[in-house]
Design a protein around this ligand. Structure first.
Ligand code: ZN
Ligand code: ZN
Ligand code: ZN
Ligand code: ZN
Length: 774
């Protein structure tokens, strides 16, 4: 690289989108955007970008600037981290030691002694934390990575102890026997010392035999239910049950119909992603490959970034894509959704793509009807994109990113040489013909444009960050967290409705689609792309769907603006002095319906008699003021002050606002939380009972929102029982609440979901409390 190109380097603080904006502005000034729009086809567009003077050089310097890797392994660091872990372990801080041992595992070079020592020590922490399966895995890995022979007996002994805890007594006995044999591996062990060690192990072994006689099996943990899978897969609709099929219509394109009647709760899709990317902020908690949450991850053998739940995931990840990404994940994350386009090409494989090349229509990179049958890539290539209506500077940005990634693949990876017969090329960029490079670039551009409207987020449901950090918090607060971005070609075929027939959930990276309403034979299956009629206003839904997916929703809720207002208007209405019904809030109304012809001061929606008074408007401000004061006091931990202020706010709001107003819900929810913090469980239960009724009205009686409210409610009732002792009435109420919650969670998530299983566990506890004749 000569000096002038160094001077042209983007400043390190610049991000990839900023550099793209700069390049796009320059291209616009120089008139090259027009040439790009007129270029026919994706390959041609990438080629045009490549011809722009000086652009390639910018991209080369961007790649080298991002390539300084800070993710190498270091034996020294690994040892230092292990020492830190040992300090914590001696102080019985098992969780603290686990963290340091894990970092030591991650930093240790694959071939050095540090890796096995880190695994060995971590297995001890895991044993004390009661995570026996993880402990067993670490013991295997320590032995595999040449754990010091003189210490090996300890690992066998610990393995035996794990098996005892798991109720597996034969393997336990075998492990204890191995431990005694391993004493021979200790050099210069005095006979006395050997005897004493051997006696200790014998004692553990004898003890385990007596446990095995006294109990036939340990109390059974929740059976590890897993979601169904549909094998062999539906060829036109990956992951779908065989009773669905794809239909085509010149007007609406492709859509999914039921060939047989569909029942509520039926699983319609159980689909693994074709390709997916874990979000960067989830790297330390989730497997890089299958997105399972882990406690004791194992590292990539080369870098310290990618972490896995198992060796299988590590091997699959390496073979499919990580070999082309290792140590370059910073660069790849900087390009956003384009990373998923790259991953799609990587998992398909260069060989496969070149073999398929003759079947592509070279202009559109589609028309895949000639693809060999059963080729899963076909379903990805066939997904829609909207490049025709996309502004030229956006196309330019995507095409430039496609070029960047093609250059990255050819300069930094062996992706293109995986097609060569010898596989022994020293310089991967040699000998790749320009045609193949352009073809891959064009494919990546096409995938990026498809992903804009076809990518799905993978969510995990769990306690909120605040709830998991605050151990005093008596009430469960859950949230949906986005952990990855993925492409599910099968489920992508479903059209959108704001009132969908299905609900989506995830089991690690597997998408599970369940029916939430019955569908007649021949009926269409509708997914919801995000905007839902109960959670979003009509105007908001229409705008979102138009901008991201390029269509106008014609579902019944979007078709009738007044009906949409009748639903949402009630949650922002005043209270009628005549019948307690809703009087529309005129400002909200204009906003909700986007209509200007509404007359000010509408009458009640139910009785048509009364109109709102000026005192009611005043109450809106008074109620808000009192609510904010309550929030401030709660933030200062002044819960009794907060309760007082929330109660006053509630009084004002209930006298002027319609009973299902969202402000009343907000007040009740905050009030219930503070009452629980103060240990006033019966009052808190009263407030939550009112919340649930509003949430039912707003989101529907079997909505997931109601499910979560019910779980909160069960926490409060449990608190009440713990405080006041067992009252059969409360226990019965608790059982009823949990049964309802469990039905809702089952409908939405299935019996393999941890939230459902937690509620089942609670139900089991309550049934013990209840009188036996029940
Ligand atoms: Zn995994
Ligand atoms: Zn790696
Ligand atoms: Zn709609
Ligand atoms: Zn009325």
């Amino acid at each position: 690289m000569n000096m002038s190109s160094v001077n042209e380097n983007a400043s390190p603080a610049q991000t990839w989108p900023e550099l793209l904006d700069q390049l796009a502005a320059k291209a616009k000034r120089e008139g090259t955007l027009k040439a790009l729009s007129s270029a026919e086809g994706f390959t041609e567009k990438v080629r045009r970008v490549q011809e722009i003077n000086g652009l390639r050089r910018k991209l080369v310097s961007w790649i080298s600037q991002c390539s300084e890797s800070a993710y190498g392994k270091s034996g020294g660091t690994a040892s230092r981290l292990r020492d830190e872990g040992n300090l914590k372990f001696k102080r019985n801080d098992n969780l603290g030691s686990l963290k340091f041992y894990t970092e030591s595992v991650i930093c240790a070079p694959a071939l050095g002694p540090e890796l096995s020592l880190a695994f060995g020590n971590r297995s001890a922490a895991l044993y004390h934390l009661g995570r026996y399966q993880d402990c067993l895995q670490d013991i295997e890995l320590a032995l595999k990575h040449r754990y010091p022979k003189n210490l090996e007996f300890k690992l066998h002994q610990r393995r035996g102890q794990c098996f005892v805890k798991l109720g597996e007594f034969d393997p336990a006995k075998a492990a204890f026997d191995l431990a005694i044999q391993a004493l021979d591996l200790i050099p210069k062990l005095t006979p006395e010392k050997r005897d004493s060690l051997s006696r200790d192990i014998q004692a553990l072994s004898v003890e385990s035999v007596s446990i095995s006689k006294s109990q036939t099996s340990l109390p059974e943990a929740w059976p590890g239910s897993i979601p169904p899978t549909f094998e062999p897969t539906n060829p036109d609709l990956p992951g779908a049950t065989s009773s669905l099929s794809v239909k085509r219509d010149p007007e609406k394109g492709r859509f999914v119909v039921a060939d047989e009647e569909v029942a509520v709760g039926q699983v319609l899709f159980s689909e693994l992603p074709y390709a997916s990317i874990l979000l960067l902020d989830q790297y330390s908690t989730h497997c890089h490959h299958c997105y399972k949450r882990f406690y004791a991850p194992i590292p990539c053998l080369k870098c310290t970034q990618a972490r896995y739940c198992s060796e299988d995931c590590r091997t699959d990840s390496w073979d499919q894509y990580h070999q082309h990404e290792c140590a370059h994940l910073d660069l790849l994350h900087s390009v956003g959704i384009a990373h998923l386009a790259l991953r799609t090409v990587e998992v398909t494989g260069y060989n496969n793509l070149i073999n398929l090349k003759p079947f592509f229509n070279q202009i559109t990179l589609s028309s895949t009807s000639l693809f060999p049958s059963g080729e899963p890539y076909r379903n990805v290539v066939d997904l829609v994109e909207h490049s025709r209506t996309m502004p030229p500077d956006e196309i330019f940005q995507y095409a430039t990113t496609a070029l960047l990634l093609t250059m990255y693949l050819s300069q930094r990876t062996s992706f293109f040489s995986s097609g060569s017969m010898s596989g022994l090329k020293l310089d991967p960029s040699l000998d790749v013909n320009e045609d193949s490079l352009d073809f891959i670039g064009g494919l990546m551009l096409k995938h990026m444009l498809q992903l804009v409207c076809n990518a799905s987020a993978i969510y995990e449901v769990g306690p909120t960050k605040e709830a998991s950090e605050d151990l005093n918090n008596a009430v469960s607060e859950t949230e949906q967290r986005r952990i990855a971005t993925a492409i599910y070609p099968g489920a992508s075929m479903m059209n959108h409705s704001c009132d969908p027939t299905v609900i989506n959930s995830f089991f690690n990276n597997r998408l599970i689609v369940r029916a939430i309403m019955p569908v007649a034979k021949g009926g269409e299956i509708f997914n919801c792309y995000g905007p839902h009629f109960r959670r979003h206003l009509r105007q908001e839904r229409l705008t979102d769907l138009q901008s991201q997916y390029n269509f106008t929703c014609r579902c019944s809720h979007c078709a009738d603006p007044k009906a949409d207002f009748r639903l949402h208007g009630r949650f922002a209405a005043f209270k009628c002095s005549n019948c307690d019904g809703p009087i529309p809030d005129i400002l909200k109304e204009a906003e909700l319906t986007n209509q200007e012809d509404w007359h000010a001061n509408q009458p009640c929606m139910d009785c048509g008699q009364a109109r709102r008074s000026s005192q009611q408007i005043g109450d809106v401000f008074l109620g808000l003021d009192l609510f904010n004061k309550g929030q401030e006091m709660a933030a200062r931990q002044d819960f009794s002050g907060a309760i007082h202020s929330f109660q006053k706010s509630l009084e004002v709001r209930e006298r002027s606002l319609y009973k299902n107003h969202k402000d009343i819900l907000e007040t009740l929810d905050s009030l219930a939380k503070c009452q629980a913090m103060m240990g006033n469980f019966s009052q808190s239960a009263e407030s939550l009972r009112k919340c649930i009724s509003i949430v039912e009205n707003r989101y529907g009686a079997v909505s997931i929102e109601v499910g979560h409210e019910l779980v909160k409610f069960s926490d409060i009732l449990e608190g009440q029982i713990a405080d006041n002792g067992l009252n059969p009435k409360t226990a019965e109420a608790l059982e009823a609440i949990l049964k309802r919650a469990s039905e809702i969670l089952l409908l939405h998530y299935g019996n393999w979901h941890h939230e459902f299983q937690e509620v089942q566990e609670k139900l089991k506890q309550v049934s013990i409390l209840l009188p036996p004749n029940k």
